[in-house]
Design a protein around this ligand. Sequence first.
Ligand code: ZN
Length: 321
Amino acid sequence: MFDHDLCNPTRRQFLRYAGAGLITATVARSLPAWAQTSTIDPVAQMRAAAANAKLTTLKLTDALSMISGAGGNIAVLTGPDGKVVIDSSYATAAPQLKAALAALSNVPLRLLINTHWHFDHTDGNSWMRNAGALILAHENTRARLTESHDMPDLHMHFDPSPADALPEQTFIDQFNLYFNQESLALRYYPPAHTDTDILIHFTHANVIHAGDILFNGTYPLIDYTTKGNIAGMIAAADRTLSLSDTQTKIIPGHGPLADRPTLQRYRDMLAAVRDRVARLKQSGKTLEESVAEKPTKDLDEDWGKGRITNDFFVKLVYTTL
Ligand SMILES: [Zn+2]
């Protein structure tokens, strides 16, 4: 979730949006004291940022592409059956996204699949549905989108999504689709980043969209407010590894296109942090004491430059152990 994603705004972004008059008042219940007087609404801020985002399209095969630059990475499968799109980014990125989709092919939009419920992956659902897409997701994604929700760490509040943004078709464990001579195997990950995560395996193309199971190159967000947890993240990485080979292209929720060795290094980082934080917690250290120990010190150079800081990641791991 970088640049315009589910994370705390940078000071520079704050100043930019404050200057542009885009900061609106929001004070969710249960915020820390300093935030009670904050006038930043991170949700509005990220939507505003996405309006100016520049998208890039990476061809993975003749029929399959990855679009990046606003919210979660998007996959697009094109062909005579129409377009299948994985994730819908922010609603405010719709103009650029429509242009990027049109540049790939003029076949109609048929199907939108959400990897999970987070708004940087689902905010564009309404426009895609109104453009002709059926929306398919895990049962829990639909359930989460119908509820109001608070994420106190991120100072975010979400109202229930409008009816036209909700998945029309859902599944529990797995769902198979055959489109454009491709086979799409949709599989549920037990709670990991959230309790709504699925993978989409394009089995002929040998491409996996792993959603926010994988943040390529940075510490990931683990959304414990919807049952995300570190053990689930490691299990999800293992499951994805088991489906991949040396040629597999792995689309992460955030960050550049990945491959099996990249996912393996990330999985090993998750396990190392889990082990270290578990030792601190088992020894009786409080959350604050565990964060102060800097257990990820030697990893921060490689993984700590994203929007999930080392201290926040330790908190996420400690909280979900
Ligand atoms: Zn997410």
